[in-house]
Write a protein of this length. Structure first.
Ligand code: PMP
Length: 443
């Protein structure tokens, strides 16, 4: 099958202000993608690029999957749009059923959004709303974590802990505190899987709760495995400890599973993988395999029921989006979940994980490498920063990998890998062999 179209580069690249991109640099030497199939992108200069990142952590089943593309095409022709408020269409309800089936027991209610950022802001609002519905309106504080990434809405950057995403945007939400991050190279470098040390960092919640009075805290939000900050695995016991403390204080626990949801660790959710059930889970990305924007917030039954029982108006939650549960996203989501199931793709991740782990750690001893991390089908290669130019070395490796036909993602000097679940062992080898070749050649 050759669906790769010939390139045709636009004459002018200036009008498009690209997100999270060094625009001036990019526009001098653009990396353009024109089509995709299976594990591969095609660049505008006609090269095959092995997708080591599933796009932006979203194309979990690989590109151009027939079931999904067909479902989208059929849905476009059948029902392009239906109002999401006060009217329904069957596929949104079906998708909610399927998601609820996959997610932890007791979390049976699904609120649809269009992105991870919207899922996070929705989750924070739902948490605040829940306490109000129960007559506990003093619970307004939100707790995030240093280095946390929760998208780019004001709620998300407020609870998020990535300084550059916050510093130029004025006031954040008030009443927000942050737990310390869990990155600890001194004690945990080169650990395979979850690090041994650091569970005690969850106890910082005790200090925050004591400082403010626990009865003022609405929710704690963390990524069970922090992705965009450079891939930080939770220390063993950390998430369980957070759960215990939240229970003790009556605080809701939110897992931001925008990356880990839908199979990335080899189970449907990180909650299932770690055996820790939060009260709210945010998702997006893998819900529709990246084919169309969509997200979902999955809530514990007590949260939904509380809104249904206690609402003082016929509409129980004054929140939502024009495109919540969009028919095309719903059709894409149903076909995506069906593809995961038919091809046992989450089991495939679990089966590949040991091989992947060895491949990641094969870079131990390679020039510049100061840490290697892995879990499920996620890998991170942390490089020492070049003196006076943090991020420059990571960027150089990313560009060289692109030139050699491998897509890797870079945050600062940390390379992140998260391929589609259909990756073959030979392709895993190619990724790490290429990186082993490139790393010694960069300054
Ligand atoms: N939360 C997490 C954990 C994420 O990784 C991301 C995206 N990388 C988001 C939220 C935001 O998602 P989006 O870009 O779809 O708004």
């Amino acid at each position: 099958m050759n669906r790769h179209v010939s390139s045709g580069m636009p004459n002018d690249l200036q009008n498009y202000w690209m997100p999270f991109t060094a625009n001036r640099q990019f526009k001098q030497d653009p990396r353009m993608i024109v089509s995709a199939d299976g594990m591969y992108y095609k660049s505008s200069d006609g090269r095959d690029i092995l997708d080591g990142t599933a796009g932006l952590w979203c194309v979990n089943a690989g590109h151009n999957r027939p079931l999904i593309t067909q479902a989208v095409q059929e849905q476009v022709a059948q029902l392009d749009y239906a109002p999401s408020f006060q009217f329904g269409h069957p596929k949104a309800f079906e998708l909610a059923n399927r998601v609820a089936d996959m997610f932890p027991d007791g979390m049976d209610h699904v609120f649809f959004t269009n992105s991870g950022s919207e899922s996070v802001d929705s989750a924070l609002k739902i948490a605040l709303h829940y306490h109000r519905m129960r007559g506990d309106a003093a619970r307004t504080r939100l707790i995030g974590r240093e280095r946390g990434y929760h998208g780019t809405g004001f709620g998300g950057i407020s609870v998020g802990g990535i300084v550059k995403n916050r510093m130029h945007f004025g006031s954040m939400l008030t009443g927000v505190d942050h737990l310390p991050h869990t990155h600890d190279l001194e004690r945990n470098a080169f650990t395979k899987g979850c690090p041994e040390h650091g569970a005690e960092k969850a106890d910082a919640l005790i200090d925050i709760a004591t400082l403010h009075d626990p009865s003022t805290i609405a929710a704690v939000i963390v990524e069970p495995m922090a992705g965009s900050t450079g891939v930080l695995m939770p220390p063993k016991g950390y998430l369980k400890r957070l759960r215990e403390l939240c229970d003790q204080y009556g605080i809701l626990l939110i897992f931001d599973e925008v990356i880990t949801g839908f199979g990335r660790l080899g189970a449907a959710t990180a909650a299932e993988y770690f055996g820790v059930t939060p009260d709210i889970i945010t998702t997006a990305k893998g819900l529709t395999n990246g084919i169309i924007p969509a997200g979902a917030v999955i809530v514990a039954n007590k949260i939904y029921e509380s809104a249904m029982e206690n609402a003082d108006a016929p509409i129980e939650l004054f929140h939502g989006y024009t495109y919540s549960g969009h028919p095309i996203a719903a059709a894409a989501g149903l076909a995506t979940l069906e593809t995961y199931k038919q091809e046992n793709l989450f089991e495939r991740v679990a089966d590949l994980a040991p091989y992947w782990e060895e491949a990641v750690h094969s870079l131990n001893g390679t020039k510049h490498v100061i840490d290697l991390r892995n879990l499920g089908l996620v890998g991170a290669i942390e490089l020492a920063s070049r003196d006076g130019a943090p991020g420059a070395r990571g960027m150089d490796v990313m560009v060289k990998a692109w030139e050699k036909g491998i897509m890797v993602r870079v945050t600062g000097d940390i390379l992140a890998l998260s391929p589609p679940f259909i990756i073959e062992k030979a392709e895993i080898d190619r990724i790490f062999e290429t990186l082993a070749e490139i790393l010694p050649t960069v300054d």
